[in-house]
Design a protein around this ligand. Structure first.
Ligand SMILES: CC(C)(COP(=O)(O)OP(=O)(O)OC[C@H]1O[C@@H](n2cnc3c(N)ncnc32)[C@H](O)[C@@H]1OP(=O)(O)O)[C@@H](O)C(=O)NCCC(=O)NCCS
Length: 381
């Protein structure tokens, strides 16, 4: 008997279990569309910016020009890391994955926040913390990465937005407008996604009346795994094995036959497609054409066809993100940290929503262990 037939109230992986009420974002499974506070994510990616998206997620409404200017100015003023955080990153082993580095950074950062002593349910203090958390993500990711490469961190430029600053602090020179726009759109697409594993984990953390920085550390740790955010890095490693669409097709057929999990495909919530993937695929292929390298798009198409024909599985956002970032020259270990830079906004919105109407999150379980037995003193075992 399977776990589901034996225990009708148990849903493995909590599939289909309603774990909360939210007003932050919504996945419409019928149309495969995603909205943030009611606004389609594609419109935000096309016409808005990551900063507008972060404001929308935190405050529930799109900003006016004056509100956006003020929000941008606060982000610019909050991007720098305290010296102690740089020191902590410098002390990390050189082979530490950037996801672990950024977890270190936020663990140290919490105590430097001007609202460190605030009550965990202080809404205004939590919004102020959220802005500081979002502002520092790209600085922490690039500082950690550069230090691991034996280079000094590049200080943020107050005139650049999040996407442009990330590229500037990574490479030490300003990126062109097109690259910045692509990066900005990908941050918007990655910013939020309902009760995904990392947002849920962050909510669980703060629901004990812990603080936002602790929730961010939880979120990063949860995002790291390849069944969640880590899939974009794994997808690129997979793609790099292939020299042609034919090779990719044969490998994919074999992987399905041997029941391998193929990274960047499938989703717990969507059934037919992940619209973010469709949007990003167009961009990734456009980058390929601009760069005179359409190989990855062709390989991706071949894999997608087999996955759909054989298993009705579709690419998720991590699949096109992988080769889009690769074409933009971003080192693979930074793909999931880019997701962190974006998702700090969604995580903060979730944690604030949780704390505004909090109840401890503590599910039950089914016990299948031994019956009650007496304690046996150690000398008699
Ligand atoms: C996202 C994911 C974890 C969702 O998992 P889930 O809802 O628990 O679904 P399951 O893993 O139970 O998969 C259901 C079926 O589809 C198959 N499947 C799902 N995703 C698959 C994938 N990427 N490659 C191959 N088979 C896959 C499973 O093997 C299973 O097949 P079966 O019924 O024949 O055993 C899963 O699709 C996955 O592992 N994808 C790859 C990792 C990834 O891209 N993660 C990023 C998500 S945004």
């Amino acid at each position: 008997m399977s776990a589901t037939t034996e225990y009708p109230n148990y849903s493995p992986g909590l599939q289909g279990v309603i774990a909360g009420i939210t007003t932050i974002s919504h996945i419409d499974v019928e149309t495969s569309s995603l909205t943030y506070r009611g606004i389609n994510v594609h419109e935000l990616a096309e016409h808005g910016s990551f900063e507008e998206t972060a404001y929308l997620l935190l405050h529930g409404e799109l900003p006016t020009q004056a509100q956006l200017d003020a929000f941008r100015a606060t982000l610019a003023a909050e991007r720098e890391l305290p010296g102690a955080v740089i020191d902590a990153l410098r002390a990390c082993p050189k082979n530490m994955h950037p996801m672990d580095q950024v977890k270190v950074a936020y663990s140290v950062l919490g105590a430097f926040d001007a609202d460190y002593e605030a009550e965990p349910t202080d809404h205004d203090a939590n919004v102020r913390k959220a802005v500081r958390i979002i502002a520092k993500a790209a600085t922490a990711v690039t500082a950690g990465y550069r230090l691991s490469q034996g280079k000094e961190p590049v200080a943020p430029d107050a005139n650049l937005n999040t996407a442009a600053n990330f590229l500037y602090m990574l490479h030490g020179e300003k990126a062109d407008d097109y690259t910045v726009k692509v990066m900005d759109a990908s941050l918007t697409l990655y910013a939020e996604h309902t009760f995904n594993a990392s947002a849920f984990a962050a909510r669980v953390t703060v629901a004990t009346l812990s603080d936002l920085y602790s929730g961010i550390a939880t979120g990063i740790g949860t995002l790291k795994g390849p069944l969640h955010g880590g899939a974009n890095e794994e997808a690129m490693h997979m793609l790099m094995q292939f020299n042609s669409p034919e090779e990719a097709e044969a490998w994919t057929r074999d992987a399905l036959a041997t029941k391998k999990k193929i990274m960047g495909f499938g989703h717990r919530e969507y059934r037919k497609s992940d619209s973010r993937a469709g949007y990003l695929t167009k961009i990734a292929k456009e980058i390929g054409v601009r760069m005179g390298n359409t190989k990855w798009g062709e390989i991706a198409d071949a894999m997608e066809k087999v996955m759909w024909d054989e298993k009705q599985l579709f690419p998720n956002v991590d699949f096109p993100a992988a080769y889009a970032y690769y074409l933009l020259g971003i080192p693979i270990p930074l793909y999931t940290p880019i997701f962190v830079i974006a998702r700090t906004s969604g995580w903060c919105a979730h944690m604030i929503e949780q704390l505004d109407n909090n109840r401890l999150i503590r599910p039950s379980c089914i016990y299948e262990g031994k019956g009650v037995t007496n304690y046996v003193p150690i000398a008699q075992r």
